[in-house]
Design a protein around this ligand. Structure first.
Ligand SMILES: N[C@@H](CCC(=O)N[C@@H](CS)C(=O)NCC(=O)O)C(=O)O
Length: 200
């Protein structure tokens, strides 16, 4: 296997933290997003959407989408379980993963991309859309704050991939000046998740 990633990017970090949770090591090539290496013909043959991360499987297949890569790695190394121990728990974790991706990760990413213009060499940037996106993320995080009032983790008393994704997104938001960690339950939950060795 070979991993193409930018380890410090939020989606790159999703795979690298997941690998640490599992104790998996994979040969890795760091892709320079600033220099648009991810938009070269060679890279687009691996992922036509031109995004990191991509995992080349031993079968020769190029797998992209960080959650899909993590799911594959869970299949290789099932312990510790992060995707659900039976179909009911797997469905609940899927629900939370999608809630986190669609309602927090996406608006934070849109905020970052449109406010900073980090990728303005390759996409249209609309700062106002960025500001609106951050407001959306701030509203949505309030729902998670309430949800965590009587729970240690998103699905209850145990950590799963949805917690990992949310913590990485909130870390990223903070580094780009959007602190969504202010409320009590989120702060307690975040300290707990961030204390995991995989996050060090
Ligand atoms: N849904 C994809 C999103 C991947 C993505 O947006 N990656 C960003 C880094 S976090 C990227 O490659 N950006 C480079 C660019 O937009 O040119 C996933 O989960 O892997």
């Amino acid at each position: 296997m070979h991993l193409y990633t930018q380890s410090l990017s939020p989606n790159g970090r999703r795979v690298s933290v997941f690998m640490k949770e599992k104790g998996i090591e994979i040969d890795t090539t760091e892709v320079d997003l600033r220099r648009a290496e991810n938009l070269s013909d060679d890279y687009l043959n691996k992922n036509p959407f031109g995004r990191v991360p991509v995992l080349k499987l031993d079968s020769g297949v190029y797998l992209s989408e960080s959650q899909a890569i993590c799911k594959f790695l869970e299949g290789i190394k099932p312990d510790p379980n992060l995707f659900g121990i039976d179909y009911e728990e797997a469905a609940i974790i899927e629900m939370w993963s999608r809630r986190v991706e669609l309602n927090i990760l996406m608006p934070v990413a849109m905020g970052f991309r449109n406010i900073t213009g980090f990728f303005k060499d390759r996409e249209k940037v609309v700062p106002e859309w960025g500001e609106v996106s951050i407001e959306v993320a701030k509203d949505n995080i309030k729902l998670i704050e309430s949800h965590l009032a009587d729970k240690q983790y998103l699905i209850g008393d145990r950590y799963c991939i949805a917690d990992m994704t949310l913590a990485i997104v909130l870390d990223f938001a903070k580094t780009v000046g959007q602190d969504l960690l202010g409320s009590e339950n989120i702060a307690r939950w975040h300290a707990d998740v961030n204390a995991r060795p995989a996050f060090s």
